[in-house]
Design a binder for this molecule. Structure first.
Ligand SMILES: NC(=O)c1ccc[n+]([C@@H]2O[C@H](COP(=O)([O-])OP(=O)(O)OC[C@H]3O[C@@H](n4cnc5c(N)ncnc54)[C@H](OP(=O)(O)O)[C@@H]3O)[C@@H](O)[C@H]2O)c1
Length: 248
């Protein structure tokens, strides 16, 4: 479970632990928060795995440590991301060229290459063990709707959706099903301030339900997609956006 120190990752870790799974709680640098996630998990056998996934050797170590920690990873959830924040905004008409390049590099290194590398390493373990596996990618509505202030983020999530589709075909013969979810705005600590005042009204108004999504709603979908019953969903990209953006 990558990026499980907070937000959506924490909710997904909790959902798997609640159904009796052992969880390798991965984080990049926020150890205190990762320990909080770990402390909230029911059951036993869970543990922490640290590492910045933008480094290919670290991604390999993270995969190996998770494999050892839970005696073989059966489900990989690719949730870790360099996600939008005030400091990573890069509207093309305003940002400097230096910052434009810096943010694009980091978004692609973490969100695309980091995910690709950790997935390669974890699924190789699955193939070697000869057991069925699951990969669920946490993509984004922004891949379809556009991210005008964060175009690198939108592109990285579109790449993740495409990566999931390619892997679904490539890994099906090994009994590994691969899916993605594309959440709309989801109320996590990272984005909590945006839910205040006028911006909150606008965000809630995007959905005809008049609210934004919750981390628990994303977690429930991920648990379903990781289940044995969801094998036939392999290759799917599941919208989780309260009908705020409909695609063909
Ligand atoms: N919240 C939303 O509205 C929303 C909507 C659509 C999609 N999503 C997607 O859902 C996922 C979780 O979102 P969130 O809001 O819960 O994000 P978040 O609170 O920012 O959490 C991001 C997680 O990724 C980890 N991470 C960041 N950089 C990393 C790196 N270089 N290497 C390894 N791990 C790294 C963080 O670890 P540390 O804490 O240790 O830094 C943290 O655990 C992301 O993929 C995001 O793109 C979110």
């Amino acid at each position: 479970m990558t990026g499980a120190s907070r937000g959506i990752g924490r909710a997904i870790a909790r959902a798997f632990a609640e159904k009796g799974d052992r969880v390798a709680v991965h984080y990049a640098s926020n150890r205190e928060d990762a320990e909080r996630t770990l402390g909230e998990l029911p059951g036993s056998g869970h543990g922490l795995v640290q590492g910045d996934l933008s480094d290919p050797e670290v991604a390999r170590r993270v995969a190996d440590e998770a494999e050892a920690l839970v005696d073989g990873v059966g489900v990989l959830v690719n949730n870790a991301a360099f996600a939008p924040s005030a400091s990573s905004a890069h509207p093309p008409a305003e940002v400097s060229y230096v910052d434009w390049q810096r943010v694009w590099r980091r978004m692609l290194d973490v969100n695309v290459l980091g995910t690709a590398n950790v997935t390669f390493c974890v699924t190789r373990h699955m193939i070697e063990r000869g057991v069925p596996g699951r990969v669920v990618n946490i993509g984004s509505r922004g891949a379809f709707k556009g991210e005008p202030d964060f175009p690198a983020y939108g592109a990285s999530k579109a790449a993740l959706h495409s990566f999931g589709q390619s892997l679904a075909v490539a890994l099906a013969p090994h009994g590994i099903a691969v899916t993605s979810v594309a959440p709309g705005f989801t109320a996590t600590d990272r984005v909590a301030a945006k839910l205040d005042g006028t911006s909150g009204e606008v965000l809630r108004g995007e959905s005809p339900f008049g609210r934004v999504g919750t981390p628990e709603e994303v977690a429930a979908a991920v648990v379903y997609l990781a289940s044995a019953e969801a094998t036939w969903a392999s290759g799917a990209i599941l919208d989780l956006n309260g009908a705020s953006h409909l695609r063909m």
